[in-house]
Design a protein around this ligand. Structure first.
Ligand SMILES: [Zn+2]
Length: 275
């Protein structure tokens, strides 16, 4: 019978993910939203009448089996699913900052503007998979590492990724979207933020030069600026972040990025060749 078929239509893909990743859900057409982690998240319409949504798992979410509740228009639970969150085993990383960096204070409105972009959920979906890599450099610092500043724990984790890049290397939009932030900030440096629609946003920091303006509609791969070292940064690199429904998530789920080779160890003493 049809209602039986509908009642079992909730799909959670993948059903088992590490901290910092995103599950996609597919739900019956009568579903309006889902509840996860105490938050109500929107669902959007597929072309076949079913609904889909994104469920971001925060980096610091305790591992375990979590319930996803499907809600109707009256916010009644019509169905439940399980998302199994596993430990991502994030590493710890120390960052050495000089006085010039630790003394930086955010510009007026800087933190609020960045937080507002992260929470943006516009109804139109611009984004499409696969996402493109914004700059070719290898990964110098992955998402999720627990950060220490000058040997002291900060209590926070790396909410984006750092990619190697010389000053002036182009930075590209990871997907289609509308540019919402083009600002010279104190801590984030010269920053571009893009709304990819339906709760997906990306942000690019420490730029040396902009190639975008607020309100501009961009295509996947369009150049939006150039690598630099403005703001709280010790050398030219690209820090960028991906957010889903306000939660910073791991871009590695959406694209391939290779970690840079570890720094070579101190040279060993020469060993005489055996004759
Ligand atoms: Zn970074």
């Amino acid at each position: 019978m049809l209602w039986l078929a509908l009642a079992t239509l909730l799909e959670v893909t993948p059903a088992n993910i590490p901290q910092g990743q995103v599950a996609q859900v597919k739900a019956p057409s009568a579903a309006e939203s889902i509840r996860f982690n105490g938050r109500v998240l929107p669902l959007f319409s597929n072309s076949d009448g079913s609904k889909y949504g994104l469920v971001p798992v925060p980096a610091l979410e305790p591992p375990g089996k979590k319930t996803i509740e499907v809600l109707n228009g009256a916010r009644e639970v019509v169905e439940r699913g399980i998302l199994d969150v596993r430990d991502a085993r994030f590493r710890t990383q120390n960052v050495t900052l000089g006085k010039a960096q630790t003394g930086l204070k955010p510009a007026p409105g800087e933190m609020e503007t960045v937080a507002a972009l992260r929470k943006t959920i516009s109804p139109v979906r611009y984004w499409s998979e696969p996402f493109v890599v914004p700059t070719p450099g290898c990964l110098t610092s992955p998402y999720g590492v627990l950060r220490m500043h000058n040997g002291k724990p900060t209590g926070s984790y790396h909410s984006g990724v750092d990619q190697r890049g010389a000053e002036g290397v182009p930075i590209r939009a990871i997907s289609e979207g509308v540019v919402r932030i083009v600002k010279k900030f104190n801590v984030h440096g010269d920053t571009v933020g893009i709304d990819h629609g339906q709760g997906v946003t990306s942000i690019y920091l420490h730029m040396s030069k902009f190639e975008a303006s607020e309100g501009l509609q961009v295509k996947k791969g369009d150049i939006i600026g150039y690598v630099g070292t403005t703001g709280r940064s010790t050398a030219p690199h690209l820090h960028w972040g991906l957010n889903v429904h306000g939660i910073p998530v791991n871009p590695l789920q959406w694209m391939n990025l290779t970690e840079c080779a570890p720094k070579p160890a101190a040279p060993k003493r020469k060993v005489k060749k055996k004759s």
